[in-house]
Structure formats: C-alpha cells, structure tokens
Design a protein around this ligand. Structure first.
Ligand code: NAD
Length: 250
C-alpha cells in the first residue's frame, strides 16, 4: 500500500513510534527512524525494518533542521516523540516544562514546516500526531504534558485547514494509557505525588480512567495510523481520533 512512500516517524526507537514504524514498513514504506537509544539496538531495528536512522535531538530546532535536510523529502510525517513529567504545579521544575513543550509540541512545528514544501510539490502527504487523551481532557500533576497535547490538537486542526487543497491530511491520534516505557516511568513520580503504592497507581489512577480496564496496545495505535495513511482516509483531515478504551466518553 505504501510502496515508494518515505516516512519519518519521530521517537520510533521505542513504544508507539516503533509500532507505527513497523506497520508502515510492513506496507512497503521506506521508514526513517528517530529517537534515543542504544546504538546496537537501533542498528538491529534498521536491519529488521530495512529502515534508516537519524538520531537528532528533537529538543533542538537546529538539529531538527539538519535532520530534515539530511533525510530529504518525506511523504508521511508522524510526530510521535514525547515525554512526561508528573509533579504538582508549585513544584513543577521549569526545565521540565521547557523540555516537554520543546519535545511534545515545538518539535512537531519544526518537522512539519520543513516537510510540507515537499508534500505540496508532490500533491500528497500524511501528517499524523501521536497526541493523547490529554489533548482532550486533563489530569492533575501533568500541566506541561496536558498543555502541549491540547496545543498539538490545535496545531493539527490549523495545518489541516491550510493544507486541505493540497492532498495533504493532518490528524491526531489520541491514545489513552498504552503500556510503554513512558507510562511505566511515570509510576514512581505518581506514587510520590499522590502518596500511593505502585498497585494503587496502576489500578486507581491509570486503569481507573479507562472503562475497558485494559491498556491500549501499541500495535492498535499503529493500525489506526496506517489507516490514516491509506487512500480511503484522504477525506479525513483535522480529526482527533480517540483510542482510549472509552476514557474521554465519560
Ligand atoms: P516511549 O518513551 O516508549 O517512546 C518515546 C520515544 O521518543 C522514544 O523513541 C525516545 O527515544 C524518543 N525521544 C525521547 N526524547 C527524545 C528527544 N529529545 N529527541 C528525539 N527523540 C526522543 O513513549 P510512548 O509511550 O511510545 O510515547 C510516544 C508518544 O505517544 C508520545 O508523544 C506520548 O506522549 C504519546 N502517548 C503515549 C501514551 C502512553 O500511554 N504510552 C498515551 C498517549 C499518548
């Protein structure tokens, strides 16, 4: 389905981004991986997917510009890289605020502004943001993350309107809790912020949000991303697709 399409998936050395990269590669896309991680493990992923890799630090706009220049035009851009920090607002470290806004929001602006001219030239493009249920609703102690994800939803709607007549769609996918390192790593801080045990955080904070009482699987998020890349999805733009076990229905 995606033969001859070139796809950059940011934050694709782990979790949801890796699942999306695998799904796109399985459909024949030429995938460019990005993200942090062990060099040998990343080399093995490149081998597995027939992919290339660019290790740009997406908190650095100049590094993003170099990456976009080095990799050349892309047809599919998945703005997926992200991080979390959990703390009450009065204790929220300003450097964590800046890092989350840079990675979860501004990086998508920088990749998108540089990818769009090539998409316009070819009259086809797919821009997908891994947003979050937190693009639609809030949880305490996640001020930077919720702010960045709400902003991603607004950014996506804006570019969808700008690009609507160019064969380029822009959409958000908004997962609930997906079992990845990003979720696992926030458990200790959530235990501290709420005075809870690990089990209480898992059941009373995380899965309490999801009526299905199950974590979303990265592969299920990837299947939705793949659909948004299909020709059948050419009329879907500016949308924000929830895949959250019913969380935001409440
Ligand atoms: P993850 O921690 O497994 O993966 C994050 C990826 O981002 C990794 O590849 C990591 O190397 C990369 N990354 C981190 N800092 C980077 C930097 N400075 N420069 C370049 N790459 C960097 O997390 P995940 O759960 O797969 O999250 C992926 C996206 O999905 C994020 O935007 C996250 O907010 C979103 N999301 C996750 C969940 C969830 O429950 N896991 C839910 C909703 C949304």
């Amino acid at each position: 389905m995606l033969k001859e399409k070139r796809a950059l998936v940011t934050g694709s050395t782990s979790g949801i981004g890796l699942a999306i990269a695998r799904a796109l590669a399985a459909e024949g896309a030429q995938v460019i991986l990005n993200g942090l991680g062990d060099a040998d493990a990343i080399a093995a992923l490149c081998e597995e997917l027939g992919a290339s890799y660019n290790g740009a630090n997406l908190m650095d706009p100049q590094a993003i510009a170099r990456m976009m220049d080095e990799i050349g035009p892309v047809d599919i851009l998945v703005n997926n890289a992200g991080m979390q920090h959990v703390a009450p607002i009065e204790d929220f470290p300003p450097d964590k605020w800046d890092a989350i806004i840079a990675l979860n929001l501004s990086a998508a602006f920088h990749t998108t502004r540089l990818a769009v001219p090539g998409m316009k030239a070819r009259g086809w493009g797919r821009i997908i943001a891994t947003a979050s249920a937190h693009s639609l609703t809030a949880s305490p102690f996640k001020s930077a993350y919720v702010a960045a994800k709400h902003a991603m939803a607004g950014f996506t709607k804006t570019i969808a309107l700008e690009l609507a007549t160019h064969g380029i769609t822009a959409n958000c996918i908004s997962p609930g809790y997906v079992w990845t390192p990003l979720v696992e790593n926030q458990i200790p801080d959530t235990m501290a912020a709420r005075g809870m045990t690990r089990e209480q955080v898992m059941n009373d904070v995380l899965l309490a949000k999801q009526p299905t009482k199950e974590f979303i699987q990265p592969e299920d998020v990837a299947a939705l991303a793949l659909f948004l890349c299909s020709d059948a999805a050419r009329g879907i733009t500016g949308a924000n697709y929830s895949i959250d076990g019913g969380w935001t229905a409440e």
